[in-house]
Design a protein around this ligand. Structure first.
Ligand code: SF4
Length: 275
């Protein structure tokens, strides 16, 4: 019977909700889940913005961000995960250009020189409704109305129907910050770099509903661990699951989708399964 993990994060909860079997591979068997190109691009952009926001406010300029991007680039380029992508020179240039576009996109949303940054990459642990929460807040700001939780996103803005769900992550950070500091943040925001800001007020109701969903997922994880039953949940995302070659149901799903022309050509599972 697998042990319950010592901590539970929004991304772990998201993986469980997407597919319990995938969660087992990742969090019980601890099999590697190497980041793909979009995740590495996000990590690079986050690192540059973290360093930028660690500088004194007046120095947070686009030129400074460009300088930091040059400094940080070798960390990314030499990492094993980046090397594993085997990008040729043109693709690496394209990667850097897209990463820079995301970084520069911060200025279309706000001027970082005007932000009072309290902390970056802040680790928060808390007990949320009995759940051992752990998360890392990209940026904790303060303005006239109070603390603001800010998280950067370098991907696409979610569809209308998924927008409020996507804010769960930052609301959980807000709940954890309140639990650990005693101060309730005023707002929680997702900054979709170059696109738009999704934002919500932090209220008793919004915190209650989000924490309840999180704790419900934790309860389901507990039941799954107790019975060692982690059902596969097949669907289009099997095409992006790094464990598809270990999962009979997922393999079948991908085979059927490929045969029906319903799987994108760039889905990594195709290469993994030789399809
Ligand atoms: S291949 Fe699909 S069903 Fe199997 S673990 Fe991955 S996401 Fe779940």
């Amino acid at each position: 019977m697998p042990d319950l993990p010592r901590s539970f994060s929004p991304s772990s909860a998201g993986t469980y909700r997407q597919c319990p079997r995938r969660w087992r591979f990742r969090y019980v068997q601890k099999l590697p889940d190497p980041p793909g190109e979009p995740a590495l691009l996000g990590t690079f952009a986050h690192r540059v913005l973290e360093l930028l926001c660690g500088d004194p406010a007046p120095e947070r300029t686009i030129d400074r961000a460009r300088e930091l991007a040059r400094q940080v680039w070798p960390e990314t380029a030499e990492s094993r995960d980046f090397q594993a992508l085997q990008l040729d020179e043109a693709s690496q240039r394209d990667f850097r250009w897209r990463a820079w576009t995301a970084i520069q996109g911060l200025w279309s949303l706000e001027d970082p020189a005007d932000v009072e940054v309290r902390a970056t990459e802040q680790k928060v642990s808390a007990n949320l409704d009995g759940v051992p929460f752990f998360g890392i807040v990209d940026r904790l700001d303060a303005d006239a109305s109070g603390l603001v939780i800010t998280d950067y996103k370098s991907g696409k803005v979610p569809r209308e129907r998924d927008r409020s769900k996507s804010l769960d992550q930052v609301l959980l950070y807000a709940a954890a910050v309140e639990d650990s500091s005693g101060e309730r943040p005023d707002r929680a925001r997702l900054l979709y770099l170059g696109s738009e800001i999704l934002e919500t007020s932090v209220t008793e109701d919004s915190l209650g509903a989000t924490t309840e969903r999180f704790s419900d997922t934790w309860r389901q994880v507990g039941e799954a661990c107790a019975g060692d039953r982690f059902e596969p949940c097949t669907g289009p995302l099997c095409g992006w699951c790094p464990y598809v070659d270990r999962c009979d149901e997922g393999r079948l799903e991908v085979q059927q989708r490929v045969a029906a022309g319903r799987m994108r050509a760039d889905a990594p599972a195709r290469a993994l399964l030789g399809l």
